[in-house]
Unconditional design. Structure first.
Length: 573
């Protein structure tokens, strides 16, 4: 290659890389394709150009085309020179990233580990060219980042942090600002999930500052979206929407479909939290539409989960069941164990709502009893499936929701057994007595408390206490009826009341410390309902807690929650 052509090839490569960095993917693709055409005299340069093109395809959702190009590289490269080995390793890392995005997590791990193995065999100390040494370190850092994300998706946060720290250390050593920014962003994700919002925000801002300076638009959008997540967790919904819209705008501007899909999904979540279910559904459907075009299975499954919850809260239970079944189907297809467990739990909880209607105060019938018995079997099956998987993957926080579901099922079973005794069922048996139901509820309350003592996240611990109080509320309902709290029963029910209030007070204290205003309001409303239930047994009145919860919901503009409270209070009167 003569000097002029060599300069031209290098210019195409560097121009393509700059366009790629700032999100001008069409321009990057054009330059890399020219690079490919002008590299005919070098198999290595052709392989490198094809990998760059595959990288553009990955960003624009053309995953199968990217994998086809990487297959071509596999057949082109030898295993003789350092450069060829480095190029092969880089291709494996990119392949791992694509498999991860497609939801093929086992393949993603396998490809990333292949890349690491090649790099380890090269022995960096023996490599003479400085640019090769730097590139090897970049590839190693990228491999650690890929693997860290995979462990993060499996909820193995300790392993993920270890790998992200390695990614950060290497990126700092070679002064790779892009890598440093990404590492801060990814570490912040874990602290956010663990409930340490202060540390998460500090790291996201660090990441954003670095990524804005180097003009890496895709990552700027991603970091903005992540800041939105933290603000959403804190109940600062307007600020969350601002960051999510910035993420969406940047993603649409650079044609990054995955980012646009994620941003739409997050905008759906924040509107769902605000109680605007129709707007949430529109965003989820838009996200689903985008992610389907790029075959992003993980995102497709997640949107079905979110859509199912929105329809469930609107009271469209059959529609919710269909969506949760799709979530389960996709999760099984991509072997997403968390998704499989989550979908089973979703199905169990929505069927619980349907069973509550069947066992409600409306007219009983033999057909209704048969439907209830069938629902109970399905609920039990789904909850057991989710419990088994969540136990296996050590997802303790979601086990709390499972045990809460089992507790509610005990209440349903008792009501169903009373229907049978009244002659609406197929068998004649005695109803479940309060003592056996209470023993079962006490068992689930104990399991929830045990999890609370094992968790690190303060938010998760508070969630446990809140769930614990709700299970004990069910126990209280077994011993008495609203507004008819018999003084003779106070001695047996009082411990339940004490446990409920103690758990709620602990939850409120933690939520206040974390500034989780929505959760605080939820606790106050639960307090009010229990005080109303027990009537005059204790002097404290529910009005104070009703007013406290409404005041917080007003500040958060959660009008749907205020309407629910007002509707319930009206029934009390």
């Amino acid at each position: 290659m003569d000097d002029r052509k060599g300069l031209f090839v290098r210019a195409l490569r560097e121009l393509g890389k700059v366009c790629f960095l700032i999100g001008k993917y069409d321009d990057a693709l054009n330059n890399f394709q020219k690079l490919c055409r002008n590299s005919a005299d070098s198999k290595l340069n052709i392989a490198q150009a094809k990998r760059y093109i595959a990288g553009v395809f990955e960003k624009t959702g053309r995953y199968d085309e990217a994998l086809n190009l990487l297959d071509e590289i596999e057949g082109t490269l030898g295993d003789i020179s350092e450069e060829e080995k480095i190029e092969r390793a880089d291709s494996y890392i990119l392949r791992g990233l694509i498999y991860r995005t497609k939801g093929k997590l086992k393949d993603a791990v396998c490809e990333s580990e292949k890349g690491i193995k090649i790099i380890e065999e090269l022995e960096v100390s023996k490599i003479k060219k400085k640019e090769n040494k730097i590139r090897i370190k970049q590839i190693t850092a990228n491999a650690y980042n890929n693997l860290a994300v995979l462990y993060y998706l499996r909820d193995d946060y300790d392993k993920a942090i270890e790998l992200y720290q390695k990614h950060l250390k290497i990126s700092k050593a070679i002064r790779d600002k892009q890598g440093i920014g990404q590492a801060y962003n990814n570490l912040a994700n874990i602290y956010c999930d663990r409930g340490d919002c202060g540390k998460a925000i500090a790291l996201y801002k660090k990441a954003l500052k670095i990524l804005e300076v180097i003009g890496y638009k895709q990552a700027v959008g991603q970091a903005s979206g992540n800041l939105g997540l933290v603000h959403c967790e804190k109940g600062d919904y307007d600020e969350a929407i601002r960051f999510y819209k910035r993420h969406l705008q940047i993603s649409e501007e650079i044609g990054y479909k995955q980012g646009a899909g994620v941003a739409n999904c997050n905008l759906g979540v924040v509107n769902y939290e605000k109680g605007d279910y129709d707007t949430a559904i529109r965003y989820y459907q838009k996200s689903l539409e985008i992610l389907r075009t790029i075959g992003h299975k993980y995102g497709i499954g997640l949107n079905n989960h979110h859509l199912g919850n929105a329809y469930k809260d609107k009271g469209y239970y059959h529609k919710a069941v269909q969506l949760f079944e799709k979530y389960l189907e996709v999760s099984e297809e991509i072997q997403n164990h968390y998704g499989i467990a989550s979908a089973n739990l979703d199905l169990g909880l929505v069927l619980l709502e349907m069973a509550k209607i069947e066992t409600g105060p409306s007219v009983k019938s033999k057909k209704k009893q048969e439907r209830t018995n069938m629902l109970i079997k399905r609920i039990e099956n789904y909850l057991k499936n989710s419990e088994k998987i969540f136990n296996r993957i050590k997802e303790k926080q979601n086990l709390v929701r499972v045990y809460s579901g089992f507790a509610q099922l005990q209440d349903i079973k008792q009501k169903a057994s009373k229907m049978t005794v009244l002659g609406y069922g197929t068998a004649s048996r005695r109803p479940m007595n309060s003592k056996s139901v209470n023993n079962a509820l006490r068992k689930y309350a104990g399991k929830i408390l045990k999890i609370a003592n094992e968790l690190e996240s303060q938010e998760a611990i508070a969630d446990c206490y809140f769930a614990y109080s709700k299970v004990y509320s069910l126990m209280l309902s077994q011993s008495t009826q609203p507004r008819s709290f018999n003084v003779s029963k106070v001695s047996t029910a009082k411990p339940n009341i004490k446990f409920i209030f103690t758990a709620l007070e602990k939850a409120i204290a933690i939520y206040k410390n974390l500034k989780r205003n929505k959760n605080i309001a939820d606790c106050y409303w639960e307090y009010a309902k229990i005080l109303r239930f027990i009537g005059n047994a204790i002097p404290e009145r529910p009005d104070k807690y009703i007013n406290e919860s409404i005041a917080i919901y007003k500040r958060l503009r959660l009008n749907h929650r205020i309407r629910e409270i007002e509707k319930t209070v009206l029934k009390w009167r």
